[in-house]
Design a binder for this molecule. Structure first.
Ligand code: ASP
Ligand code: MG
Length: 433
């Protein structure tokens, strides 16, 4: 008998029928003799609809009230799920984030979990109940207010519960079968992975893979939580996200981990990201301190800079261009902040480009294999796709391209690294959550 935490995303509980299907799945797990704790997302597009409603009554809704509003989405699904389980003859109890002991900081809309005190959950489990927890929400002790963890936060709820309850596994259910070598909506020949290291998963999530949220993967890595990403719509095994150093201890529970290690591919997956924009600062005086000035301004505007490229300066002018990428949603604030300081920094002009796409290849095998960048660049060149920026980390190479080229680039690169599967990937509902 194990303690299993399961998380169901919005598309898995989109309507009454889906809720019943999820309830049955939970009951089956219980019948197999396990203790079950469930974190559930709001039904379908509920969160988006609530945010939309809020923007109709107020141009900038008060953050505290916004959290009161959107946290209600998960209360609906948790109660319906518990009722559905009751009607199948099993004991289930739903809890809000605060009842479940999800203690966060006070940052409305993007709160961080600071403590988990699942006293009531333990009691319910001891009494034999299935526990259902509203995902995505918590409670701050100082303000005594409800908080939410940021979009997609139910993954983090599930992982945090698994860590606090020392669960054997945290199963994250969505409408895809697991983690693929690329987004199957972009690369139909993407293959499902049986296992991926949390280190690689973190890089993929940080670079656009949406199947798991980065904060959940980070939390799992820090607290040693084993994630099993799988589909609500099939019973097939999904993908295990493991800490490579723990592979040995996990083989008893998951025999599929045996042997896999032998033939580790150099590249685990390809991630694509259309959410970034590029800003170029033209005609920057090429003297010490200018990059520092520019990025201080950008940081103060609250932007999260990703890639940076500085060109060689023109000998005749002693000036250079600096380009960087950042989330599209942060670009206009950063541009305004830079424009205000134009004379102080002494640059010539600013260019904003929001039509870029970022492609990344990720693999722990890169540490010991050379030639990965050559293969990547060659695949793009054969496809006739121009590279605008390049950045690398120990286990990743990213390139910025035209956004319109991104899908074709991903398919070409996926093929070049030998990642293509035999058949097209299965996608059940279509949102990836
Ligand atoms: N319902 C929230 C959202 O849509 C949290 C989640 O789905 O994980 O972002
Ligand atoms: Mg959702």
């Amino acid at each position: 008998m194990a303690l299993i935490v399961q998380k169901y995303g919005g598309s898995s509980v989109a309507d009454a029928e889906s809720i019943k299907r999820v309830a049955k799945r939970i009951v089956d797990t219980r019948r197999a003799g396990h203790d079950v704790v469930v974190a559930v997302s709001a039904m379908g597009d509920t969160t988006d609809e609530l945010l939309d409603l809020a923007s109709q009554v107020a141009p900038i809704p008060a953050p505290r009230e916004l959290d009161m509003l959107v946290s209600s989405g998960e209360r609906i699904s948790m109660a319906l799920l518990a009722m559905s389980i009751h009607s199948m003859g099993f004991e289930a109890r739903s809890f809000t984030g605060s009842q479940a002991g999800m203690i966060t900081d006070a940052q409305h809309g993007s709160a961080r979990i600071v403590d988990v005190t699942p006293i009531r959950l333990r009691e319910a489990l001891d009494e034999g109940a299935i526990v259902i927890v509203a995902g995505f929400q918590g409670f701050n002790r100082d303000t005594r207010d409800i908080t939410t963890l940021g979009r997609g936060g139910s993954d983090t709820t599930a992982v945090a519960l698994a860590a606090a309850l020392e669960a054997d596994v945290c199963e994250i259910y969505s409408d895809v079968d697991g983690i693929y070598t690329a987004d199957p909506r972009v690369v139909p020949k993407a293959r499902k992975l049986d296992v991926i290291s949390s280190e690689e998963m973190l890089e993929l999530a940080a670079n656009g893979a949406k199947v798991l949220y980065i904060r959940a993967v980070e939390y799992a890595r820090r607290h040693g939580v084993l994630i099993h990403a799988r589909s609500t719509f099939s019973s097939s095994e999904g993908t295990l996200v493991i800490d490579e150093t723990r592979r040995g201890e996990l083989i008893d529970l998951f025999p599929q981990l045996q042997g896999e290690q032998m033939e580790e591919p150099v590249v685990a997956g390809v991630a694509t990201d259309l959410s970034q924009a590029k800003i170029t600062v033209l005609g920057v005086p090429d003297i010490p301190g200018k990059a520092a000035e520019i990025f201080k301004i950008v940081a103060k505007s609250g932007a999260n800079v990703d890639m940076i490229v500085q060109n060689i300066s023109a000998a005749t002018t002693g000036r250079t261009d600096i380009s960087f990428t950042l989330p599209k949603s942060e670009a206009s604030t950063a541009l305004r902040a830079l424009a205000v300081e134009q004379d102080v920094v002494g640059f010539a002009s600013l260019v904003h480009d929001d039509q870029i796409g970022k492609l990344s290849v990720v693999g722990a095998g890169m540490r010991t294999n050379s030639g990965v960048s050559a293969t990547l660049f060659d695949a793009l060149s054969v496809a006739g796709i121009n590279i605008e920026m390049i950045s690398t980390s120990e286990i990743r190479i990213s390139v910025v391209l035209r956004g319109d080229d991104l899908a074709e680039a991903a398919r070409a690169v996926h093929t070049a690294f030998g990642l293509d599967g035999e058949a097209d990937a299965t996608i059940y509902a279509g949102t990836g959550r």
